[in-house]
Design a protein around this ligand. Structure first.
Ligand SMILES: Cc1cc2nc3c(=O)[nH]c(=O)nc-3n(C[C@H](O)[C@H](O)[C@H](O)COP(=O)(O)OP(=O)(O)OC[C@H]3O[C@@H](n4cnc5c(N)ncnc54)[C@H](O)[C@@H]3O)c2cc1C
Length: 387
């Protein structure tokens, strides 16, 4: 596997073991059927508890049955999952970084004990409801609202593009608390079997097909006070979860790019035209050289991010740079890999075109490429250019 500047030589024994275990699991249990799932538009839901047993949900958190592995090990895990399919990594990212993390960081002791072991084991599935039909890149303008009633709140509004909402047991819903001064954004744990909750599936996506996506409708949904995440108020809540998930994406995208590279390299060595392998042509070698170089820059950025995160110096803007760069690299290089496979490259027998389609979602969700450009622009100049 491509590791051109030997970054993996510095991995600890535990990090190596986690990488290899994930790689083996993915190759044996997921890759054989992933193309079929992608075509059918299904996720292999039978694997959800198995992914939990393997410790793939939020392993970088500690306590409540979670092992607290290093940030590098967590990144390598995301990389191996996305080398198979961005939908598989999305499952682990949402469950771990967008559902377990806010409960872990902002939840009450009761909420942590109720949900973290079950979510970590894959016995329960969670989803994260921030995006709304009219508010994607600007979630601050959200319309979903909570109003105090009796011993709790009543929620109204709608969320869309929510990974796993149709199969979720619990949704972390971000809503404006209309009963409080300044209407702060608050996080609510909403069990999906509550009266007034609907979770329609979004059908016929042309990207991230091996991932279930839906809406969350909230129609006078009553939740008790105990379901409010007590320790956060304002956009810091959802944004800090996104920083965690984007960190995983910055690593994961390298997996997709690496899989495209390895597939293209092997194909170029095997495929013969004009009396020999196409790998002997300078034009094909130039593509592989560029691909390897781009992937290596992405790897360097990801490893550096892990070091900064370990020592507590990681800023959200660092993560924006890595998400923006690494996903662009993966998106661009998946197209080159597809090209190198000729006509065979457009079939589901090979992964690059599936990755290429998936990466359109990865480029868009968790802050579009444009939005991360603006975040960096503001960081570099001090001037926000969002409006
Ligand atoms: C498959 C999938 C799964 C998803 N899963 C989840 C999930 O689990 N939970 C969740 O909450 N959300 C989820 N999302 C939603 C995702 O985060 C949003 O799609 C994303 O934030 C962009 O919002 P939007 O689609 O409304 O696009 P818009 O915000 O409408 O943007 C449209 C275009 O305008 C550009 N644009 C917007 N504002 C500016 C600006 N100020 N300057 C320049 N250009 C701008 C954007 O870059 C984009 O190109 C998912 C999306 C997809 C596709």
């Amino acid at each position: 596997m491509l590791d051109y500047v030997e970054l993996e030589a510095d991995l600890s024994a535990e990090e190596r073991m986690i990488r290899d275990t994930a790689r083996e699991f993915v190759e044996e249990q997921v890759r054989p059927d992933i193309g079929e799932h992608w075509i059918e538009g299904t996720f292999p839901t039978d694997l959800i508890p198995e992914l939990g047993e393997m410790g793939f949900y939020a392993p970088n958190l500690e306590g409540y049955g979670l092992p607290g592995v290093s940030e590098t090990a967590y990144g390598l895990l995301m990389q191996e999952l996305e080398a198979c399919d961005s939908g598989l990594r999305s499952m682990a990212s949402v469950q771990g970084a967008l559902v377990m993390y806010p409960i872990y960081a902002f939840g009450s002791e009761e909420q942590k004990e109720e949900w973290l072991p079950a979510l970590g084991a894959g016995e329960a599935v969670g989803c994260f409801g921030l995006t709304e039909p009219q508010h994607g890149s600007n979630p601050t303008a959200m319309e979903t609202r909570a109003e105090r009633a009796d011993e709790g709140y009543v929620l109204n509004g709608s969320k869309t593009w929510i990974t796993n909402s149709p199969i979720a047991d619990v949704a972390v819903v971000w809503a404006r608390d209309r009963s409080a001064e300044d209407t702060p954004v608050r996080g609510f744990l909403v069990e999906t079997d509550r009266d007034g909750v609907s979770t329609n599936k979004i059908e016929e996506k042309l990207s991230l097909r091996a991932s279930i996506t839906g809406e969350i409708g909230l129609n006078d949904v009553r939740v008790p006070e105990a379901n409010v995440l007590p320790n956060v108020e304002g956009m810091k809540g959802p944004l800090s979860c996104l920083t965690q998930a984007r960190y995983g994406i910055a690593w994961g995208a390298i997996g997709a790019a690496r899989d495209c590279f390895e597939t293209a390299r092997q194909y170029a060595l095997d495929r013969e035209q004009f009396g020999g392998p196409i790998a002997r042509f300078q034009l094909q070698q130039a593509k592989l050289a560029e691909m390897a170089t781009q992937i290596t820059t992405a790897q360097l950025l990801a490893h550096r991010l892990a070091d900064l995160k370990e020592r507590g110096d990681l800023r959200p803007q660092h993560v924006s740079m890595a998400k923006r760069h690494n996903v662009r690299v993966a998106r661009d290089q998946s197209r080159i890999a597809r090209e190198m496979l000729g006509g065979n490259g457009i079939t589901a027998d090979y992964s690059p075109m599936r990755h290429m389609a998936n990466l359109e979602t990865v480029y868009t969700y968790e802050g579009t490429h444009d939005i991360h450009t603006l975040i960096l622009g503001q960081d570099l100049t001090g001037i926000p250019a969002f409006e």
